[in-house]
Design a protein around this ligand. Structure first.
Ligand SMILES: [Zn+2]
Ligand SMILES: [Zn+2]
Length: 464
């Protein structure tokens, strides 16, 4: 068996790992994500890959590797690159729905089937249905380029919804649920002709699903994989904050707050969403959510029954002022309009008048709403996401603080990461019964050898 790394090497995210097993007659990609670090190195808000240039800009900058037989034929033709007849890869398996693992499926030949579980598929669909079409996020389907007519029918990609054990060619694969900051996250075991490979995806030890990662670890102990591709996002970090920490810390501040509570968290993380919904219930407040988030929760509820219905008495939907500023139906996307006239949909003036009864699930990009919400004395902003990690975020934080100062709002930070810290990673690897370990999804691959008593092999980045 042969492993090639086209992303996720010395970088957090952008995983694209090609597994070739000639005897089993199979070539599969483990994830095909977008590399946010490389993207941020070359691009910013006003310098973006030119959609009009198709795939060319992405290949030039090294966001996509030069590999034959995998990309969309329309994009290859548009870029003047050599086209293939048959695809040269049998499948992509997605570990979870985060874009650093899934976004660049957008560029793949639609004849390469995408394997994932039902929750991951549903999340990708929700993103697709609620965001404007963009070349970089055409995961579910795509429109042929050059796009001369917007009415052209999209070309669907083939998704194969899997769970547990399944086969691709002669490979037997196990998809094993793990805890992470998005539901549906999974690790993989690939039983090849001469080796077994374990792939962690992204994981942490705690969650609401009853310690899924612990069960994955039990499976690793039995399976004794020859190679363990293990993520190390937080291998250099020691804080072990969990959901309880977020609940307790935020709960205390919410009890003391008098005006509006604004809670900034990643909505895809349904664990965090449930934490804030519970905090709202416990404090006699209601959780105010955006239409996009209402759409997401309702869609996922069919697969995750523990999620609330949109009629839950502790939830209200936010009709933000858009376009004409008159709350006209036409100011909203087609998929939002059904939310406009619900009995629990409210406008900014209502939120302002009832602010001490509300936790608004809003973040940095919503700060201008504060002008209409008019937070009163004693209002607070709780950031429940990772704090500043790069220069751009430092500027964002300064700007956020300026807004909060302007409205005299208090700032608090309570977060539990989706990634396991050092001690947990050392335990997972140490107890895994695996042969050699290959660090992925980390900027500190050099730290692995001091934490585990197993052979560590450094992955090499391939670009072609
Ligand atoms: Zn990731
Ligand atoms: Zn992730």
């Amino acid at each position: 068996m042969d492993l090639r790394f086209y992303g996720g090497v010395n970088q957090i995210g952008g995983n694209k790992i090609l597994v070739t097993d000639r005897k089993a007659d199979a070539r599969i990609f483990l994830d095909f994500g977008m590399n946010f670090a490389v993207h941020a190195q070359y691009f910013e808000e006003f310098i973006q890959p030119r959609t009009a240039n198709g795939i060319t800009d992405f290949i030039e900058i090294g966001l996509l590797p030069k590999i034959k037989g995998i990309y969309r034929r329309d994009l290859l033709e548009f870029a003047g690159l050599e086209k293939h007849e048959d695809v040269e890869v049998d499948a992509v398996i997605l570990s979870h729905a985060h874009l650093d693992h899934a976004a660049h499926v957008s560029f793949l030949d639609e004849r390469i089937p995408v394997y994932c579980n039902a929750i991951t598929h549903s999340i990708l669909q929700a993103i697709h249905e609620t965001a404007p079409r963009r070349l970089e996020y055409e995961i579910i389907n795509y429109k042929r380029r050059p796009l001369l007519n917007y009415k052209d029918k999209p070309i669907p990609r083939e998704f194969r919804i899997v769970e547990g054990r399944f086969k691709i060619g002669g490979l037997e694969i196990e998809m094993i649920p793990v805890d992470h900051s998005v539901p549906g996250a999974s690790a993989l075991l690939i039983h090849g002709s001469d080796q077994t490979i374990a792939y962690s995806g992204d994981l942490r030890m705690h969650g609401t699903e009853g310690y899924l990662t612990e069960q994955f670890l039990e499976r690793l102990k039995q399976a004794k994989p020859d190679i363990f591709l293990c993520e190390g996002t937080r291998i250099d970090e020691t804080d072990r904050n969990n959901e309880q920490y977020v609940r307790d810390g935020s709960g205390q501040e919410i009890t003391k707050a008098r005006g509006l509570v604004m809670a900034d968290f990643a909505f895809k993380d349904t664990t965090r969403f449930m934490t804030f919904l519970e905090l709202a219930k416990n404090s006699g407040r209601r959780l105010l959510i955006a239409f996009k988030d209402a759409y997401y929760i309702r869609k996922l509820k069919t697969l995750i029954p523990s999620l609330p219905s949109l009629d839950d008495e502790s939830m209200i939907l936010y009709e933000e002022k858009r376009g004409s500023g008159t709350f006209s139906d036409r100011d909203y996307y087609w998929w939002e309009r059904e939310f406009l006239n619900r009995q629990n949909t409210v406008r900014p003036d209502y939120v302002s008048a009832h602010q001490n009864e509300i936790i608004a699930a809003m973040g940095y990009y919503d700060v201008t709403e504060l002008i209409d919400l008019k937070p009163t004395e004693g209002s607070i902003y709780i950031k429940s996401a990772s704090e500043v990690i790069n220069e751009e975020q430092e500027f964002d934080m300064k700007r956020l603080k300026a807004w909060l100062d302007h409205f005299r709002m208090g700032y608090h930070h309570f977060h539990a990461s989706g990634h396991a810290p050092q001690a947990d990673l050392a335990r997972i690897m140490g107890e895994s019964n695996s042969g050699k370990i290959i660090p992925i999804h980390t900027q500190h691959a050099d730290m692995f050898s001091s934490l585990v008593d197993k052979p560590i092999e450094m992955p090499q980045l391939s670009m072609e």
